[in-house]
Design a protein around this ligand. Structure first.
Ligand code: PLP
Length: 472
């Protein structure tokens, strides 16, 4: 492809993306593809001769769209909002166009310095104190794994610099049973073993019980284990429950545990001053993760990871081989030493573009719209006969179930609610996912796609009630 063809196809592709976004609402939200359906359209071997891209771009609708679930659809209510704004798309395009590697400051100073700027802007937006310094990771899973490695090394006096974990007392980590699975994964990958990760009981609002945390830490200390990290979740995955961060910070301080705050989804809400009391105590954390690639609008992958002590981070993450050394080492930030991978894309571009385009004011207005829609739906559910709301609604997720009059059998109720969601998704009008709260299947309505207004929330509520009626 030469430059002329690049320009031509590039314009066609940008138009295609804009058209796709414009007609999103006409497409079924969840892909209705059968397993293998997409793959069957592709030849099994790569083309021998080039020149096929223009045809492929014009066949995108037919080839790929049937196999795409539309995360930016205004009736997307599944999992969590995973917004990619137009500005963020352009940022990713600029990133690809530059094709720069930001592993060291010298390999592209702008990639490092813009990342410093953007992570600091996000820090200010969500009200974290200035001593926190941020870096962009691919996901919250990686951020939390990094926090575990930092905690492990602090608790063991840098075991990695000697024999690793051999000879070290068993390390333990603490989180609530509602914590995201990435917490368990981080514990497994950091060498704590499944038994070293304590998933503690929660209260009636699905939040960590601090007495259970204190008791578990004391029990582990008494049995010769070495408590090392506590993860407080602000906005759990199923119901957006909020662990008491300040109380967890007290326990952490008393026992010298690392405090990691996982606010992957709900951290964005802290751009609203009225939400900040919900994570009071976060200023005492050792590390915090929030995912602007969820609700904020910066496209995947953009997880913002903040630490209070970057020198500790760099000591744990740096291997400093001769072939990577540069003249500026010691004066600048080499982001290869701020996380696990060496190579890094210029992800700050999409963050910068998005924040410039939406502005703090625009972001706050959109978040308030979503919170308001969630409160509206919660009130509707509370008023509706035969519907239950199974969790408080501090943010944008509403957990509901339908309980037909006289039905007491939990097994049948579970099946009935799973069937409601399955049928609604199969019709393509909206996309919802389910979860389990205290053993009860719930339908989660997770509000917050960029285009979701009251109209779509009203429509999904109507659709839920219609599907419930069909199952009688
Ligand atoms: N933490 C919480 C509370 C989450 O809800 C999620 C994703 O749903 C994650 C972590 C994992 O996010 P990521 O996909 O960025 O690893």
């Amino acid at each position: 492809m030469d430059q002329t063809e690049f320009r031509r196809l590039g314009h066609i592709l940008v138009d295609w993306i804009a058209d796709y976004r414009e007609r999103l609402e006409t497409l079924p939200v969840m892909s209705q593809a059968e397993p293998g359906q997409v793959r069957a359209r592709f030849p099994p071997a790569p083309p021998e001769r080039g020149g096929g891209l223009a045809a492929a771009i014009s066949a995108l609708d037919e080839l790929l769209l049937p196999g795409v679930t539309h995360w930016n659809h205004p009736s997307f209510f599944a999992y969590f909002p995973s917004n990619t704004s137009y500005a963020s798309i352009l940022g990713d395009l600029a990133c690809a166009g530059l094709g720069a590697q930001g592993m060291s400051w010298q390999t592209s100073p702008a990639a490092t310095e813009l990342e410093e700027v953007v992570t600091d802007w996000i820090r200010q937006l969500v009200g974290l104190p200035p001593e926190f310094q941020g870096v962009v990771q691919d996901t919250a899973s990686t951020s939390t794994l990094t926090a575990f490695l930092l905690a492990r090394e602090r608790a063991t006096g840098f075991s990695q610099e000697a024999l690793g974990l051999s000879g070290v007392p068993p390390l333990t980590a603490y989180a609530s049973e509602e914590a995201h699975s990435s917490v368990m994964k981080a514990g497994l990958l950091a060498g704590l073993g499944k038994e070293g990760v304590r998933l503690l009981p929660t209260d009636s609002a699905q939040a960590l019980r601090v007495e259970a945390l204190e008791a578990a830490v004391q029990r582990d200390q008494a049995s010769g284990r070495r408590p090392c990290i506590v993860v407080a979740t602000v906005g759990t995955t199923t119901s957006t429950a909020i662990d008491p961060v300040a109380a967890a910070a007290e326990v952490a301080a008393r026992h010298r545990l690392w405090l990691h705050v996982d606010a992957a989804l709900a951290g964005t809400a802290m751009a609203l001053p009225e939400c900040r009391p919900l994570w009071a105590g976060v200023e005492r954390a050792d590390s915090v993760v929030l995912n602007p690639h969820k609700w904020m609008g910066i496209g995947f992958d953009f997880s913002a990871f903040y630490v209070r002590d970057p020198r500790h981070l760099v000591r744990v993450m740096s291997t400093d081989p001769v072939y990577l050394r540069t003249a500026q080492d010691g004066v600048v930030r080499n982001l290869r030493d701020w996380g696990i991978p060496l190579g890094r894309r210029f992800r700050a571009l999409k963050g910068w573009f998005h924040l410039l385009d939406e502005g703090a004011e625009g972001l706050r207005a959109r978040l308030r719209r979503d919170l308001d829609n969630a409160r509206w739906l919660a009130a509707e559910v509370d008023r509706a006969p035969e519907w239950e709301r199974l969790a408080p609604v501090p943010f944008q997720t509403v957990c509901v179930r339908h309980v037909p009059l006289g039905e007491r059998d939990e097994g049948r109720l579970g099946e009935h609610n799973l069937a409601i969601a399955r049928r609604l998704n199969a019709r393509g009008r909206a996309y919802l996912t389910t979860g389990l709260l205290r053993g009860k299947p719930v339908i989660r309505v997770s509000i917050g796609a960029l285009g979701t207004g009251r109209r779509q929330v009203e429509a999904v509520w109507d659709a839920l009630r219609e599907e419930a009626e069909r199952d009688r």
